[in-house]
Design a protein around this ligand. Structure first.
Ligand code: ATP
Length: 234
């Protein structure tokens, strides 16, 4: 179980998140929805140990992760696919993937993980010696997801995986999220593509201006007039 309890995060004096509590288990795809600036990226970056919390906790199976550096959080089994992908454009696909396994030292395990990623994304195997910066947006997102999978996560936090992708590729990206989940990984997905996200998630949370406005199962969110009006234009 991955839990956030009463989390508040500030940038200087500016409040980004106030008293946020969420839970998820490894068998779920959980969505975090909300408008620009609602605090979604802040939430996943805090869970990944990149941004410090002012108060509250992030707990994995009941143990606090709070003061762990981000590389320690990765070692605990929580990997982030950051917004904007953040690849090393001058490094090859294979080199970018290997960077994701920096917390592991068993070379045969790293090789096996890399093979798992190539099985999931055969195109990355074809392009393994190509510089990441020369790939299409969809392929770069595959590298970013593959790199996160190289850390052998139990939980994957994905920040806007469909952002900036061509519409035809967006569907593939959502199919991939489902496939990653089927590997036994819990997925927390931050998305602006609410309609598509509500097709694949089990549950979701809606953030508004740093506070939790709503939460519920997929069906509850789809049935919510607030969600339908604000995000689905229905
Ligand atoms: P987006 O979809 O635009 O990424 P978001 O829901 O992910 O939005 P955050 O990026 O978490 O929202 O931002 C939450 C609030 O914190 C916003 O008001 C934003 O302006 C502010 N903020 C984010 N990053 C910083 C920062 N580094 N310094 C100061 N304020 C920040």
């Amino acid at each position: 179980m991955l839990e956030v309890t009463d989390l508040s995060v500030y940038y200087g004096e500016a409040r980004a998140l106030e008293d946020i509590s969420i839970t998820m288990d490894q068998g779920e795809v959980v969505a975090v929805l909300g408008a620009n600036g609602a605090g979604k990226s802040t939430l996943v970056n805090t869970m990944a140990g990149i941004i410090p919390a002012r108060s509250g906790q992030v707990l994995l199976d009941g143990a606090p992760l709070q003061r762990l550096a981000s590389h320690k959080v990765v070692g605990e089994g929580i990997a982030l696919v950051p917004e904007g992908r953040m690849l090393f454009n001058q490094l090859t696909v294979a080199q970018n993937l290997k960077l994701g396994a920096y917390s592991l030292d068993d070379r045969s395990e790293i090789g096996a993980l890399q093979q798992t990623v190539y099985d999931l994304f055969p195109i990355l195997h074809d392009r393994r010696d190509q510089k990441a910066g020369t790939l299409s947006g969809g392929q770069q997102q595959m590298v970013a997801i593959g790199r996160a999978l190289m850390a052998r996560p139990r939980y994957l936090l994905m920040d806007e995986p469909s952002l900036g992708l061509a519409p035809i590729i967006v569907d593939d990206m959502f199919d991939l999220i489902v496939r990653v989940h089927e590997m036994g990984i819990g997925v927390l997905v931050v998305e602006q593509n609410v309609a598509r996200t509500l097709e694949i998630c089990d549950r979701g949370y809606v953030l508004e201006q740093g506070t939790l406005a709503l939460s519920g199962t997929r069906e509850e969110l789809l049935g919510s007039s607030a969600v339908r009006e604000a995000y689905l234009a229905m």
